[in-house]
Every structure is written in structure tokens, then in C-alpha cells.
Design a protein around this ligand. Structure first.
Ligand code: NDP
Ligand code: 13P
Length: 343
């Protein structure tokens, strides 16, 4: 039987451990705090992070990293903990252990994608990224969900085979860069649509932020080597839609509270779970500057989160920017053609 370890017992790790155990594998969920792990073992439920989703009888829960001696190890650790978690995991893995990363973010400081971090810390291990519109609360209740497995295609197909169930449909995508950037950057836009909601603005404003946000995601993502088509797929617009609109989204919820005027520290403690978009805003802001990419929404998000800017003024700044074409590159070609015709 395939032996699986899920490293990280938050909401996403728990939902995936339940999914894989229901699929019939021998699954161990690894948490880092013994009191919580003991409670989960006793209640057969992760009451803190995923209440209402009962564990299948065969799902094991432990703090013991020896459980990482498995065929497949799923990392569900927030982005800021991935490098350290990989270092701790390294001595326990089998030579051939397949690694699947499910966190969505970028490493602060290095700006690295999380698959790059994992490949650096776990050399020789194949790394695949699982991403897409998939809230733990719904996966835990077996609601139909679609995701992508991104990486070297034959390895991504192994992950597709392992995770696919009648309620969890997995597509493959060879574009690791595009999938990881789509998954990380949509959290920034979800914070912004949440802020707009908290300010009392309506659906027009949210649709504007989602659409122009996607333009920014694709602009930075393609500059970093992603395929433009990936941003029209599950890990791009698909995840953007769910995160900007779902009541389950922690990024959206944090944005709403910020828009209502609460300070960031209070917002984060009230949400009580990881809000990846905050750190990712800082990284995306740095990347945009370094690469000379126009990301006005990310700029305003950065000013609101880290420079005390007023959210309402941030929306006005976006609305009152200089005039633009919707598709700058297309417009440049058209204008050139029209100029030639006039000569
Ligand atoms: N929840 C979801 O629906 C989805 C989440 N994701 C992504 O999955 C990743 C994990 O998120 P999620 O499970 O939701 O987060 P949660 O906030 O639900 O849980 C976080 C878990 O990670 C642990 N943790 C926190 N910091 C560290 C660290 N530095 N090192 C090791 N463990 C740590 C926490 O342990 P403790 O309780 O001890 O602090 C907790 O078990 C994120 O990148 C998120 O974007 C992706 C798709 C869906
Ligand atoms: O990535 C997610 C859904 O696909 C989870 O989003 P939140 O972290 O905002 O809850």
C-alpha cells in the first residue's frame, strides 16, 4: 500500500490527509504540537483548524517526523516555515520520496518559489506543486473540486493518479512557474477585494480589482517565465475567483476587516490562521520594483499594509491614475499600424 505523510496539520494539511486516507492509502498527518495532536487523535477531528470533518478510522496523527519515511510526502506548511520544515524533514525521507507542495506563497528575502526552496533543501527528490481553487472546508466535505499538479509531466501524472478521486479532479500542467505565481499572487488581490468590501464598495469594484489584478499577476508571472495561458486556468483565474469571493478565504476576510478600519495585527489575530497574502504583498512589491513591472494594485496594497496608507485613498489612487489602454501591448501595435497608414 502507498505510504503517505502529510506534513502540517493546519486546515489544508488536514483536508488533504482526510482525502488521501479516504482514497485508501496509509496516511499519517504530522502536527508540530503534541497537545493538539493528542486531541485530534482522541476526537478524530481537527477542531481548531477544520471543525466538522471527521477522520477516517485509518488516518494516523503524530508529531513524530519518523512518519516522513514514506512514498509521498505532502507539505502543507505556511510559506514562511517551508525551508525550516524541509530541513527538519530531510533526514527522515526515503531516497525516492515524492514531494508535493501545497502552500501558496513566495520566500521573503530570496523571492524564491516554494518548489525552488524545497528542491534546494531536498536535492534529488522530485517536487510537484498542487494548486487551484480548493478551500479546505469544502474539500473536507467532499465537494467537487478541481486543481492542477504542476511539475515535470511524468511526475505530475503520478501525483494526478495519487490524488484523483470522483470528487477531487486533478489536471496536470508543466508550467511550474506560472502555477506557483498564480497561487501566490491571487492572495494579494483577495486581500484587496476584501478591503473594497470592508469599505462598503460593491460588485463592480470587486470585479475591477479581480480583472486588473489578474492583469498584474500575468504581467509579473510571464516576466518570471510563466506561460500566459496558465493565468487563464485553475491556478490563475480559477483560484483568484474562489479566493476573492469565498466566505472561507482568510485573505478575503482579513481584507474586509482592514477595510473596516481594523489594524493589521488585530486582523491577523482575529483570523487566527495563516493569511499568506500579507507576506506575498511585500515580496511581489519588491519583485515588481526589481523587474520594472507595473503593479499599481500591489503598490497600493503595500502602502495600506505596511505604510499606514488609508484604504479609501488607495482606491482613489487606482481610479485616478493616468489613462491607460486595457491591453497595452496590443494598443502599442495598433497605434504603430495606424501611424504607418497615416504616412
Ligand atoms: N486552507 C486552505 O483552504 C488552503 C490553504 N492553502 C495553503 O496551504 C498552506 C497552509 O495553510 P493552512 O493549512 O490553510 O494554514 P492554517 O493556518 O490552517 O494552519 C497552519 C498550520 O501550519 C502550522 N505552522 C504555522 N507556522 C509554522 C511554521 N513556521 N513551521 C511549521 N508549521 C507551522 C500551524 O501549526 P500551529 O497550530 O502549531 O501554529 C498549523 O498546523 C498555506 O500556504 C495556504 O495558502 C492552499 C490551498 C487551500
Ligand atoms: O488558496 C486557497 C483556496 O484555493 C485558500 O485561500 P485563503 O488562504 O485565502 O483561505
Amino acid at each position: 500500500m502507498v505510504k503517505v505523510a502529510v506534513n502540517g496539520a493546519g486546515s489544508w494539511g488536514t483536508a488533504l490527509a482526510v482525502l488521501l486516507a479516504q482514497a485508501g492509502y496509509s496516511v499519517t498527518l504530522i502536527g508540530r504540537r503534541s497537545e493538539e495532536v493528542e486531541e485530534m487523535g482522541r476526537r478524530r477531528e481537527n477542531a481548531r483548524y477544520l471543525p466538522g470533518v471527521m477522520f477516517p478510522p485509518d488516518l494516523q496523527v503524530t508529531t513524530d517526523l519518523a512518519a516522513l519515511n514514506a512514498d509521498l510526502v505532502v507539505f502543507s506548511i505556511p510559506s514562511h516555515g517551508v525551508r525550516e520544515a524541509a530541513r527538519l524533514a530531510s533526514p527522515h525521507l526515503r531516497a525516492q520520496t515524492l514531494i508535493v507542495n501545497t502552500a501558496k506563497g513566495l520566500e521573503e528575502g530570496s523571492h524564491k518559489r516554494l518548489s525552488q526552496v524545497l528542491t534546494e533543501e531536498l536535492p534529488g527528490h522530485p517536487v510537484v506543486v498542487l494548486s487551484g481553487p480548493s478551500h479546505a472546508e469544502e474539500v473536507g466535505l467532499n465537494m467537487p473540486t478541481t486543481v492542477v499538479a504542476a511539475g515535470e509531466l511524468t511526475t505530475a501524472q503520478r501525483v494526478q493518479d495519487l490524488f484523483m478521486t470522483p470528487r477531487f479532479r486533478v489536471y496536470t500542467n508543466p508550467d511550474l512557474v506560472g502555477v506557483e505565481l498564480g497561487g501566490a499572487l491571487k492572495n494579494v488581490i483577495a486581500l484587496c477585494t476584501g478591503i473594497a468590501e470592508g469599505l462598503g464598495y460593491g460588485d463592480n469594484t470587486k470585479a475591477a480589482l479581480m480583472t486588473r489584478g489578474l492583469a498584474e499577476i500575468a504581467r509579473l508571472g510571464t516576466a518570471m517565465g510563466g506561460d500566459p495561458l496558465t493565468f487563464a486556468g485553475l491556478a490563475g483565474v480559477g483560484d483568484l475567483i474562489v479566493t476573492c469571493t469565498s466566505r472561507h478565504s482568510r485573505n478575503r476576510r482579513a481584507g474586509v476587516a482592514l477595510g473596516e478600519g481594523k489594524p493589521l495585527d488585530l486582523v491577523l489575530s482575529e483570523v487566527g490562521m495563516v493569511v499568506e497574502g500579507v507576506r506575498t504583498t511585500r515580496v511581489a512589491h519588491e519583485l515588481a520594483r526589481l523587474k520594472g513591472i507595473a503593479m499599481p494594485i500591489v503598490e497600493e496594497a503595500f502602502q495600506v499594509l505596511f505604510a499606514g496608507a488609508d484604504p479609501k485613498a488607495a482606491v482613489s489612487n487606482l481610479m485616478e491614475r493616468g489613462k491607460r489602454h486595457e491591453l497595452e501591448e496590443v494598443a502599442a501595435v495598433r497605434l504603430q499600424r495606424e501611424a504607418v497608414k497615416r504616412v
